[in-house]
Write a protein of this length. Sequence first.
Length: 253
Amino acid sequence: MKRALAALVMLGIGYVSTAPSSAAVTVYGSAQLKYTVNATASVSIATNYNAAGAQGLGAPSILASAAGNCTAPAAEVAATLTFAGITPPGGAGFTGCYYKNAISVGVLSNDASGVKVVEYADVIAGGEQICMFPIDSTLQAAPSASGAAGNPAAYAGAACPTVNAVAGQKLTALGATNSGGAGFGAAGNPGGTAVNANPLYTIYTAGGSTICTCVGNSGAVWKFLGQDIQLNADGTAASGAASNVITVAVIPQ
C-alpha cells in the first residue's frame, strides 16, 4: 500500500514538470498624429549683381541702342538701377538703355506646390517703356550673367527686342506704390543683398510679367533668377529727373 502511494506521488510530480508556459504575448495599440507644415516664402533683391547674386555698388554696364545716347553713373546705390542720362532720338522711335546684370531675385520657399514670381512697374510715364529680360526662367544656385553686348535694339513701340536670344518682356504698370513701406530691397538677406524689412511696393492684383513658374521648392537653400533691364524713351518723354518702382511678387501656386 505504501508503495502504490509513492508511485502516485511520483506521477503527479512528473505531470507538473511538463505543463506548457503561460507567459503573455506582445499586443499593440496606436494613436494618430495629425499636423500641417505651413508654407513659407522669402524674396531677396540685389541690383547690379555680381556672380554670387550680391549687390554691386560699382559703375554698372549700360549699353546704348544708339552710341552716345546712354550714360552710366560712376557708382550704384543698393536696390537701385541708375540710368544717369538717356537722350531720346531726334526723330521717330525710342532710345534704349540696356542695364546688364540689373536685378538678382532670390527665392527661399518650402512650398511643395512651388511659387510663381511676377514682376511689374508702378506708373510708367508717357513716351517711356521698361523692358525686362529674364536671363533665368528657372531657379538657379546663382543668377546667370548677362550675355548682352554691342548696341541692343530699343523698344519698337509694340514689343521689346530680343537680346542675346533672350526675349524682352514689356513691364506692365499696375499703379502707384501702396504698401506703406519706405525705401527698397527685401527682407531676405542672402549674401550681401539689399535688406529692407518693409520696402515700398505696388500690391499685386493681376497681370504683370511672370519670370518663373517655379516647380518644387528651394527648401533651406536660396536660389536665384537673374535679369537685365532696358529703359526706353522716345521724343515725347518729358525731360528732367524721374523714377519708377519695380515690384517683384512671390505668389503661391
